[in-house]
Design a protein around this ligand. Structure first.
Ligand SMILES: [Ca+2]
Ligand SMILES: [Ca+2]
Ligand SMILES: [Ca+2]
Length: 460
């Protein structure tokens, strides 16, 4: 009984030894060098695997194909014991190692042994590595099932010269219906491997290009069409013309018109990345409108993926009409809030009132940027035909003198639009006590019998 088992085992081994088939890893003594038919200038040898080919392939044996002169189609073939059926297992996969440059064509085909005219056609795959093992995948879909010879012609079309770049090591040739995923490369259009973006970043690929930050945003250059107007507003980017060209030497501005819809009609734009408000807590923008002085300009930052995650509404009030002014919205000090998840800028001028499409519902905007502090305003003692304000800046009080008229009221607002002081002097002069006010920028709305003026005040 034992003898029969041993004989059967020997017979099985013997049959396996002589019948060359896939998978072919060159281990176990089959196939051997003599099984290869190298042709037209090539030599093929089955031999022990040594460094550097042992890196990435710990197996004992590989096949080495050297091309040296002869013909540009120099290669080698090995015949299998039976034909391959590609109807379900429609891929041939193999490992190759060469010092030939990346992009070298590694041609493979199947032939009928003894009848080369019956073949699969040439299947070309190009190397993406050099000096290391890589796996090549040949799609044999539709190839006839009458072929039993594997034909290897690496660098097909070029004459070999016997050097390292004409030398190719093969191993682990097999047939499958589910080939391995190709090794990640920096050119495959897929974010794979350790890439941080598509074909960029990580250890092997070139660094990813940072997307252009949205801010500063001046409407003048690049793509300007990413604004989304909502709930009754229209937003347009257009060349600057008079009267907006007074005080603005740029070429283009944004125009937001509110006309019906909702009282919160406005426009928004989303930056390619979250804005960092930790060191630059202000968003500054220039605005021009014929809406009356004191019109509320609401601005907020939102998370574009979650409108509930936002900065809260930041209201400032215009101090000019028919002229450009710069508004600095303080975004980045929201206590207890995560201020690193906002990428969407939302502007709702005259928030709370329904627009009517007229000039007072029209808001031109420009020059949006982040800043560590409100812009320096170059404040001087304010003087006009109507009023004189001094000293300004001041650390304790401002004096306002009217010229030939009575000051009926003065309202002082802080940068957030909060009314911090109101007086009704009904006299030609008034002294505003600033001692209790924090340092910073304020706006005074001064009304007299001859009209209303807004003045910037600076408390030192
Ligand atoms: Ca092997
Ligand atoms: Ca990739
Ligand atoms: Ca501009």
């Amino acid at each position: 009984m034992k003898k029969i088992t041993l004989l059967f085992a020997l017979l099985t081994f013997s049959l396996g030894y002589s019948q060359i088939s896939l998978p072919m890893d060159f281990e176990g003594g089959s196939p051997v060098t003599a099984d290869f038919n190298a042709f037209d200038g090539a030599g093929a040898e089955v031999l022990p695997n040594v460094a550097p080919q042992t890196t990435g392939n710990p197996s004992a044996t590989v096949m080495k194909l050297i091309r040296d002169g002869g013909q540009p189609w120099a290669g080698a073939a090995v015949n299998l014991a039976s034909t391959l059926d590609f109807t379900t297992e429609n891929y041939i996969v193999l490992d190759i190692w060469t010092e030939a440059p990346i992009g070298t064509k590694i041609m493979f085909k199947m032939e009928e042994a003894g009848n080369a005219g019956n073949n699969s056609g040439e299947k070309d795959v190009f190397t993406q590595k050099t000096g290391e093992w890589e796996t090549l995948i040949y799609d044999m879909t539709g190839v006839q099932s009458t072929l039993n010879s594997l034909v290897f012609i690496p660098d097909n079309g070029n004459l070999g010269d016997g050097t390292a770049t004409s030398t190719f090591f093969y191993d682990n040739i097999y047939q499958t219906d589910s080939p391995p995923l190709p090794d990640p490369t920096c050119e495959d259009g897929v974010q794979n491997g350790d890439e941080e973006g598509v074909d960029c970043g990580g250890e092997f690929c070139p660094p990813c290009e940072e997307p252009d930050p949205l801010l500063p945003y001046d409407f003048d250059s690049g793509a300007t069409g990413d604004w989304v107007a909502f709930d009754g507003a229209g937003m347009e980017v257009l060349p600057i013309e008079a009267p907006q060209s007074t005080g603005n030497e740029s070429t283009q501005i944004g125009k937001l018109i509110r006309d019906g819809g909702q009282p919160w009609a406005g426009a928004a734009i989303t930056a390619p990345d979250f804005l960092d408000f930790s060191t630059e807590p202000y968003v500054v923008m220039s605005i021009w409108t014929e809406a009356p002085i004191g019109t509320k300009i609401m601005f907020k930052m939102e998370n574009s993926g979650d409108a509930g995650d936002n900065s809260g509404e930041k209201d400032l009030f215009t101090t000019k009409t028919g002229a450009w002014e710069s508004l600095a919205f303080l975004i980045g000090t929201a206590a207890g809030r995560d201020i690193t998840t906002w990428d969407k800028l939302v502007l709702i001028p005259d928030n709370g009132n329904l627009g009517d499409g007229s000039a007072t519902s029209t808001f031109f905007i420009d020059d949006i940027y982040q800043a560590a502090a409100p812009p320096a305003l170059g404040v001087d003692d304010f003087e006009s035909s109507d009023f004189k304000v001094f000293p300004n800046p001041s650390n304790d009080s401002w004096n306002i003198l009217a010229n030939g008229t009575n000051i009926t009221s003065v309202q002082v607002f802080d940068m957030l639009g909060k009314n911090v002081m109101s007086v009704s002097p009904n006299s030609a002069s008034v002294k505003l006590d600033a001692t209790t006010l924090p340092q910073g920028l304020y706006f005074a709305r001064i009304s007299s019998e001859s009209g209303t003026k807004s003045v910037k005040l600076v408390k030192q």
